[in-house]
Ligand binder design. Structure first.
Ligand SMILES: Nc1ncnc2c1ncn2[C@@H]1O[C@H](COP(=O)(O)OP(=O)(O)OP(=O)(O)O)[C@@H](O)[C@H]1O
Ligand SMILES: [Mg+2]
Length: 307
């Protein structure tokens, strides 16, 4: 290990010594980062997991714009509670089941996805009645404690009747199995769920709000400075950098991650090996990330602010 890398967190120093292509490959991979809102949301999910069974189980709606990190949180939650085989009992326990809403929000499709999430191969030629009973029995046998439905906005693609049926299904499952259900989706999905008065009553809500130019963003930039595998110290702790980041990403988590990945890769390729406010000026680099219109209006806004 070289001693040049003491600007990085100890766990990431060796990384910076690797060849350029290895570092670029590393940058392109998804990895969980403990962001303040993600950690708070995970805490709410953990609470549900240990909630004692009672007549009306509390449910949670995790909502926020696309790219804010909802699925990352749900996947992390599932990873922390992977299925376990109990040899004595000869049973598998699957405490958390995450289901992606199918593109066609019908009950059949939904139950088929649910069975797939519990590792059952595609069940064809099975009646809805059988599918429903099988899904309920399997959830009970697996001792599932929290059922998570991601991308519930897809429900909105259905007719009003299909939407009603889907919401009834959610209510039925939580009542019947006495387990909390977590629904994740965008603001539209929140409105759809809350139009059902019975569900509105039992769903708490957690919103993932866009990043702003504040202390939390300052800390996030400090984390990037400490973990991006660059050989020279970056200068990310400036108001100018934060303004660029917010203007180019509208504070959406996924876009911030893509933006930082892109500027870090450019810094490796052009040999600068560090990021500062100037790194965000490269149109070629930013084009794939945000539309030209956004870049043009961002630049105008930044120029006005500077003037
Ligand atoms: N906690 C996190 N750690 C690391 N990366 C994250 C985290 N949260 C979000 N991201 C990044 O943001 C991207 C978008 O996150 P995610 O897919 O979870 O968004 P989403 O809210 O589910 O969006 P959609 O509504 O479109 O499904 C991820 O691919 C990942 O790169
Ligand atoms: Mg998602």
């Amino acid at each position: 290990m070289t001693d040049f890398n003491d600007h990085l967190f100890p766990a990431y120093r060796e990384q910076a010594d690797l060849p350029a292509e290895t570092r670029i490959d590393w940058l392109r991979r998804d990895r969980w980062v403990s962001l303040p809102q993600s950690v708070a949301a995970l805490g709410r999910l953990e609470d549900l997991l240990t909630y004692p069974q009672r007549g009306r189980m509390p449910c949670l709606l995790l909502f926020g714009s696309t790219g804010m990190g909802k699925s990352e949180i749900l996947n992390r939650f599932a990873e922390l509670h992977t299925p376990k085989y109990d040899e004595c009992a000869g049973l598998t326990a699957m405490p958390v089941v995450v289901v992606q809403m199918p593109p066609q929000p019908t009950e059949e499709e939904f139950y088929t996805e649910l069975m797939l999430a519990m590792n059952y191969a595609e069940l064809s030629h099975v009646s809805l009645r059988t599918l429903r009973a099988l899904a309920r029995r399997t959830l009970a046998e697996f001792g599932t404690k929290v059922l998570v439905l991601d991308e519930i906005d897809k429900m909105l693609a259905g007719s009003p009747r299909q939407q009603r049926i889907f919401l009834n299904t959610v209510r039925f499952l939580t009542n019947d199995l006495k387990i909390p259900i977590v629904c994740a989706g965008t603001e539209d999905a929140r409105i759809a769920v809350l139009t059902d008065p019975n569900l509105a009553d039992r769903f708490g809500a957690f919103e993932l709000v866009a990043w702003r130019n504040d202390h939390a963003l300052q800390q996030l930039m400090a984390s990037f400075a400490g973990l991006l595998p660059l050989r020279r110290p970056s200068r990310l702790d400036t108001n100018e950098v934060r303004q660029h980041v917010i203007a180019l990403t509208a504070g959406v988590t996924g876009r911030i991650f893509r933006l930082m990945e892109a500027v870090a890769i450019a810094a490796i390729r052009d040999g600068r090996e560090m990021i500062d406010a100037g790194s965000f000026d490269d149109d070629q680099l930013l084009l794939p990330l945000v539309s030209m219109q956004v870049i043009a209006s961002t630049k105008r806004a930044l120029r006005r602010r500077a003037a």
